[in-house]
Design a binder for this molecule. Structure first.
Ligand SMILES: Nc1ncnc2c1ncn2[C@@H]1O[C@H](COP(=O)(O)OP(=O)(O)OP(=O)(O)O)[C@@H](O)[C@H]1O
Length: 226
């Protein structure tokens, strides 16, 4: 895979690395079909600790379908997606979808507390700290229905701060974020990878990290009917 500059890239592998690298996800000959069409048939890649991979491609190329399949939300038609074994104290992976899955009738706090993956091991003070960090402290007990689109996105992203997982799967996580929010999220992704996390994400915008993400390209041109 190549980075945004077109160079071969072993990103996030530095001398100051503070973790033992391991392969978190191995994708082999993966194929996904929607209706009567293959989106892709032979996708192969690995996601390792410390890596950030950005899935890119035109609208309809299959980026969301890929992420949802890897998280078990959409069946794939062929091939294999194998996750590493993880510690009991971890869960795998944390998926934030294109829509942030924030329940409007729950408060900001409750949306974190009752999230089945992120909320499982988090204490109340960790949840409150996460809400402060995404600048929603004032809205802690406010029902999410009263938040703006960017604030709803921030509730979803706050889950990243409390989840005990080595892997984030993020579908268009920058959607609705203001400029400061985008910078903040880029910083969080960079920190997470530097500390041994791995991130697979889609974004139609360039992501500015000290080491550019690897690019995984999907193409409409490879789609065909069957
Ligand atoms: N529920 C569905 N049933 C049938 N086909 C679907 C369904 N959802 C998506 N598709 C088709 O699958 C293809 C890939 O969609 P997907 O959402 O994965 O693309 P994407 O690369 O994420 O696009 P975008 O950049 O627009 O978000 C599209 O052609 C779409 O029409």
């Amino acid at each position: 895979m190549k980075n945004e500059n077109g160079d071969e890239n072993n990103n996030q592998q530095t001398d100051s690395q503070r973790f033992v690298p391991r392969t978190i996800l191995t994708v082999t000959n993966l194929g996904i079909r929607r209706s009567e069409r293959w989106l892709f048939r032979d996708l192969n890649f690995e996601l390792k600790s410390g890596e950030v991979i950005q899935v890119v491609g035109e609208n309809g190329a299959g980026k969301t379908s890929l992420l949802r399949s890897l998280c078990g939300l959409l069946p794939y038609a062929r091939g294999e997606a194998k996750w590493a074994e993880i510690d009991e104290s971890e869960c795998l992976p944390l998926f934030l979808g294109h829509l942030p899955a924030v329940k409007p009738e729950l408060t900001v706090f409750e949306n974190l507390k009752f999230h089945p993956i992120a909320g499982e091991f988090a204490t109340e003070s960790q949840i409150e700290a996460a809400i402060e960090e995404v600048q929603l402290g004032f809205y802690l007990d406010t029902q999410a229905r009263y938040l703006s689109a960017g604030q709803v996105r921030r509730v979803g992203l706050a889950r990243l701060l409390i989840a005990q997982t080595p892997c984030w799967i993020l579908d268009e996580p920058f959607t609705s974020l203001d400029v400061d929010g985008c910078h903040w999220l880029e910083g969080k992704i960079d920190d997470f990878a530097k500390n041994g996390g791995c991130v697979l994400l889609t974004s139609h915008q360039s992501i500015h990290l000290p080491t550019p993400p690897k690019l995984l390209e999907l193409s409409n041109a490879e789609q065909f009917t069957c």
